[in-house]
Write a protein that binds this ligand. Structure first.
Ligand code: PMP
Ligand code: GLN
Length: 386
């Protein structure tokens, strides 16, 4: 057979997978791909086992297990003060990835345009293209990555249907301000746009910053799909349980795709997560202090090194500027990441793959969701960098 015509000819394996694979081959310290290298809470494991033993091994309801949908709705009510209907507005998905993919496929189509902010998480653009639509990439300039709303307005056309935001933002490690959220709300209202808000790092904000959720603004919530991930909030990226909160009309469309994309999510996992949240209602509040300590360890480990740490406002990543390094300073970030991995033994993620048009910078992303010992080992190696 002839090679099939590719629908995504320019898409290779993701930078996360490429770097992790190489890090493993080289035995490097992997601060690249975002995943914890410490164990999950043993209680969660017990609850998964118990759920399977109790016989929860057949299809769950298509939209999610009611007990889990209800836990999520209660949590949102408590934190954002808005009432969410568990049955018609909460959909459990295979991680945020599936929720994002299904939502895009369901809501944009041929000829539509979708605004994304670069550096944009890598799953948005391919999903938009598979839906037959086109991304309009609005770049955020390092090192501050501030929104320029005039530039966003200039990028809008009559075909703009959706705007995708991500706060806390991966990989810039910045958070949206309340005034950005207002601007977004105003713009979406004026132009009747759907907002897809990727909030998987909602709990991971630092130094007193607050997470500005689209759910905190009722008018904005009425036109938004907000995406979340228990992979992040329960330190278990392999759990693959995420969810979308959206008004019933948007949820109906999302589910039209979700039911044929994945149909349902592992029943025992949904039971276990619902039970776990019931037992540990304070678990999300522990995340910011937990990761603040990790962020401090990494930052202190890099004190005296040639790397300058940019203060991370959110996510479990931080950016480092390597322009003062003799070894790396002249290299672009793709090359710098390669040399750092091969010569220093530390894996980091470059930002270039997240930009449509590369912008000049000397930044790499490091993940601090790692054991203290891993962060110490990385610090040791990075302090030796010249
Ligand atoms: N959005 C962003 C910004 C992410 O960083 C990630 C995962 N790293 C996802 C979505 C996907 O989340 P999940 O692992 O739940 O599919
Ligand atoms: N989101 C994770 C990161 O930013 C990686 C997820 C993936 O490998 N697709 O590192």
């Amino acid at each position: 057979m002839k090679a099939p015509a590719s629908k995504l000819p320019d898409v290779g394996t993701t930078i996360f997978t490429v770097i992790s694979r190489r890090a493993e081959e080289l035995g490097a310290v992997n601060l690249g791909q975002g995943f914890p290298d410490y164990p999950v809470d043993p209680r969660l494991i017990e609850l998964v086992t118990a759920a399977m033993q109790a016989g929860f091994n057949q299809y769950a309801p298509m939209a999610g297990l009611p007990a889990l949908q209800q836990r999520i709705a209660t949590d949102v009510q408590r934190r954002h003060g808005i009432s969410v209907d568990a049955g018609s507005e909460v959909t459990i998905a295979v991680g945020a990835t599936e929720a994002i993919f299904s939502a895009i496929l369901a809501l944009v189509g041929q000829g539509d345009e979708v605004i994304v902010f670069d550096p944009a998480y890598d799953s948005y653009d391919p999903a938009v293209r598979l839906a037959g639509a086109r991304c309009v990439h609005v770049p955020l300039q390092p090192p501050l990555f501030r929104f320029d709303w005039d530039r966003v307005r200039a990028a809008l056309t009559p075909r703009t249907r959706m705007i995708i935001v991500n706060s806390p933002q991966n990989p810039s490690c910045t958070v949206m301000s309340p005034s950005d959220l207002q601007e977004l709300a105003r713009l979406a209202e004026e132009r009747d746009l759907i907002v897809l808000s990727d909030e998987v790092y909602e709990h991971l904000v630092y130094d007193g910053a607050v997470h500005c959720s689209v759910l905190s603004d009722p008018a904005l919530a009425a036109r938004s799909l907000a995406m979340f991930s228990f992979g992040k909030s329960l330190h278990a990226t392999g759990l693959r349980v995420g969810y979308c909160i959206a008004p019933a009309a948007l949820t109906t469309e999302l589910r039209r795709v979700h039911q044929f994309n994945t149909f349902t999510i592992a029943t025992a996992l949904q039971h276990a997560v619902a039970a776990y949240l019931g037992e540990k209602p304070g678990v999300f509040a522990e995340l910011a202090p937990f990761f603040t300590a990790k962020r401090r360890l990494l930052t202190e480990g890099l004190a005296g090194s040639v790397l300058r740490v940019l203060p991370s406002q959110g996510t479990y990543f931080t950016l480092v500027d390597y322009s003062a390094s003799q070894m790396l300073g002249a290299l672009d970030d793709m090359e710098a990441a390669r040399v750092l991995l091969e010569n220093v033994g530390v894996a980091a993620i470059p930002l270039t793959p997240f930009y449509r048009e590369p912008v000049p910078h000397r930044l790499l992303r490091l993940c601090f969701a790692k054991q203290d010992a891993t962060l110490a080992r990385a610090g040791e190696r990075l302090r030796a960098l010249r």
